[in-house]
Design a protein around this ligand. Sequence first.
Ligand SMILES: Cc1cc2nc3c(=O)[nH]c(=O)nc-3n(C[C@H](O)[C@H](O)[C@H](O)COP(=O)(O)OP(=O)(O)OC[C@H]3O[C@@H](n4cnc5c(N)ncnc54)[C@H](O)[C@@H]3O)c2cc1C
Length: 477
Amino acid sequence: MSKIAVIGGGVAGSTAALSIANSGLDVTLFEQKNRLISGPPFCHLHAGGNLYREIDDNQCRELLRQSIEFAKLYPFCVDKRATIITIPTNDPDNPKRLLDRLNMLRDEYASLVAKDDSNKVLGEVDNYFEVFECSEVEKLSKLEPNKNPKSAKDWVVAASKIIDKDAIKYPLIVVNEYGLNMFRLSSAMKEILNSYQNIKLHLDTKIESISKNGSGFIVRYGNKEEYFDYIINAAGFRTGEIDDMLGIKANRLVEFKAAYTAKWEDRGISNDIKLPEIIFHGQRGTPQGMAQFTPYCGGYIQLHGMRKDITLFEDGLASSQKDSSMPKLPKKFIDMIDKGWQQKDIEIRTKRAIEYMSNFIPSFKSAKVGGKPLFGAQQIPGDDITLRVAEASFPLNRYARCEIVKVSSVTDMSRAILDDLKRFGLLNEDKELDFNMATKYAPDKKELDKLAKINAKMGGYPEDMGLVCFDKEVNRC
Ligand SMILES: Cc1cc2nc3c(=O)[nH]c(=O)nc-3n(C[C@H](O)[C@H](O)[C@H](O)COP(=O)(O)OP(=O)(O)OC[C@H]3O[C@@H](n4cnc5c(N)ncnc54)[C@H](O)[C@@H]3O)c2cc1C
């Protein structure tokens, strides 16, 4: 039986291990930390890429298809809240410009659903997005919010209670881009992988070095060494370190970013009112960078501000060099990743994020620092900072490098790796990717609520952040 090693237990490595084991092969997963999926965060599914004005239609279509697949594979971590997209009055863009793309995406969604009804995970095709002119928003703002929003109108009623209606251009757009909950995926993944007899899970195990040995590899960890026929490098932003161990040259970027945790109790409206995700578009890296308002359960709101003094960082972008495939981020960022943040930096940046958001949501001024930031370094293959869709590459025989930028790319990434295993005769079966491979072993909702709360707490976050506000059956907030 051939031996396959996966280095890194983030979304990429865990999904690679899962798809290989489900194909019947033995696989060993090495993760240097004590938990799976605890690297850079993810909170948006990005089904259509509507948060990225700068990417082309092809990337948007790919993000839509891949996101639908991700939601089919891991439905238990999807938070079915809608996203409201707005263009601030001080932004040069026109919301009408976004509509051509949204029409194209709705057609694409229709054709995916026509091909396979199980792709209908973003609601009815006709409801993929809806637009609301100023007069309608004005009218809706007079209504009582529905405690369990079910339609785009309901979401607009809720949002109209908090946003500064003069700070945005019209129409505003409601799109079924859902949220993701990383704490749920992290805790479910451990249960799922442990259910496969042919997966060996080594947590707290760092791969120190690798060398070629015949057609395979010798992998060293602790005081052990082990032979493997095939290596999957899923080390996230550290894939360059593994490449360097084998002398493989690669061109890539690594970007350090952070989102902030605020607690918002004094809202000026009832805390029972469920809020959508709200996006205020802006030019990345400028003082008017995009602001993202992401609600969690328990009154917690996650904030992004795509400015250099909020989510982005001066010197936070590094690229690989001639002598190393590992981009060198300044030591202060590596220390933040490995040892955590100084409390004063948490306070300064979170308060700045709250202040920035209150330009669009005035009552948000009353929000407080709610906990640790969600942060990390993200790898981007090549040198195009706007790239959002990437899967895997195969720079050496029997060696796969996972290079996802958004988590939704893991299904295509897994297919590419399974194809490569077939190319080397290590896998014979020619089966479609099995979308039940995770759900058949996932904990039920009650158990997952419990595990995800513990998972969030273990990571130093409020335990309510492990819950989803909206799933199919019940409102769980
Ligand atoms: C602020 C921020 C917000 C984001 N928001 C979103 C979002 O909303 N939606 C989205 O889709 N994406 C988002 N992303 C991107 C997303 O987080 C990444 O695409 C994804 O987490 C990458 O997963 P991965 O498995 O490739 O890497 P990781 O999760 O980093 O996993 C790599 C793993 O490898 C382990 N490892 C490394 N070296 C070794 C070694 N030598 N031995 C053993 N183990 C090793 C690490 O400990 C780590 O656990 C965001 C990123 C950031 C920074």
